[in-house]
Design a protein around this ligand. Sequence first.
Ligand code: SF4
Length: 348
Amino acid sequence: MEQQKPALFGKTAAEIREIAAQLGLPAFAAGQIIDWLYNKHLDSIDKMSNLSRQARALLNEHYVLGKSNPTSVQISADGTKKYLYRSGTNRFVEAAYIPDEDRATLCVSSQVGCKMGCLFCMTGKQGFQSQLSAGEILNQISSLPERDKLTNIVYMGMGEPLDNLEEVMRSLEILTAEWGFGMSPRRITVSTIGMIPAMKHFIEHSECHLAISLHSPFHDERRKLMPIENVYPAEEVIEVLRTFDLSRQRRISFEYIMFKDLNDTPRHVKGLTKLLNGLRCRINLIRFHPIPDTPLESSTEQTIQLFREALVKKGIRTTVRASRGQDIFAACGLLSTKELVKVQAPDF
Ligand code: SF4
């Protein structure tokens, strides 16, 4: 069956060279295939026009290309677009395109659903469904209509990227390699809730920026929001970060969603200052987009600004993330959850 064949898109240069050799293709054909896959972003093996007809037939016999266009898009009044991509049967992931004055960012998903169960997250409510392959992660970029405008990629969509370490690392290799998308690692940020062993591997093997979802400096409060705190407490995550030389260009940031009366008080400013003491980093404060069936509320605009000022006074670089596309997505995971419910619910 066609779908059972492995995909070419998402394979590294070394793997493509191996495939070419196995199929008995000349060595230069591997370079041509890589070029078609990652520089020319084509949508069919048949369009690899500088390969012989026999080479294309052999590739078609054993492989599929592994690319697919988004199945739908929602467009916000502010220009943000949320694309839905199909992953396997009846599974969907989201990618959010966020254009700005001087940049255009794509927020990509790394898993279908997520097993981490964060209280404030719609994807977490979906539960875990499957890992995305490197090809499926990169397809969100390569098949994006605005692909040529992209300046930045953030791995902050559905899923915990470091819970899919192997495929995420493979996708980063292809994104940053000269033979791949040729993107600077300084334009890529991978987000994590702080899975320590995978985080160490990522820091040692990638030069991309790292963002850590913090949301509270206090163990007892963070674990109510994020069960991962029971396994990898934020304090340990930060101790690990201190053991690395992060002084090169790499940026470490902490994501902090502001919840009314829960994590937005002077006590939390104090806690954050103590926890991050001396670490070269910045904090991104994020307004909470309410999701269905949760008692959580966003802090007020005034509280967010006061919180930011208090952190800045303590010497911590702090920004407030602009709220984009509020009219089309209350939270990441909402659109794909709706789609999932649609395909699971029988029509009467
Ligand atoms: Fe998973 Fe991230 Fe949502 Fe937590 S916030 S449940 S890690 S997708």
